[in-house]
Ligand binder design. Sequence first.
Ligand code: HEC
Length: 102
Amino acid sequence: MNTAATFTVAALLGLTSNLALASQDLAKRHGCLSCHQVERKVVGPAYKDVAKKYKGDAKAEAHLVQVIQKGGKGVWGNVPMPPNPKVSEADAKALAAWILSL
Ligand code: HEC
């Protein structure tokens, strides 16, 4: 591999992990992580389980954006997810895309 290619790969890897960190930070700032963890069910489902459930579902991102902003219930059990009116459309999209990428 030549130096330019090595540099590009390193830059791309750096970029993806920065995006992942930014989204995790977003989840923390919006209080999502008090009910959710990536690996483990807390009050809400583990984000990895959410990603698994919707794998290959083209409408999943739009559905999750709705749930993140307006709340949801009955998909994972009897505990409802509260609405988050303060989360902007852009933040909800970034969070949904991040969760689905896990
Ligand atoms: C008070 C606890 C609580 C908070 C805070 C919370 N959630 Fe949830 N979340 C839940 C519960 C409970 C469910 C399961 C709801 C169900 O069964 O449909 C859920 C479900 C979800 C799902 C899966 C929805 C589906 O239909 O499959 C996603 C994605 C999600 N939450 C993301 C978030 C994000 C992003 C935030 C922060 C903006 C957040 N949650 C904040 C409790 C919470």
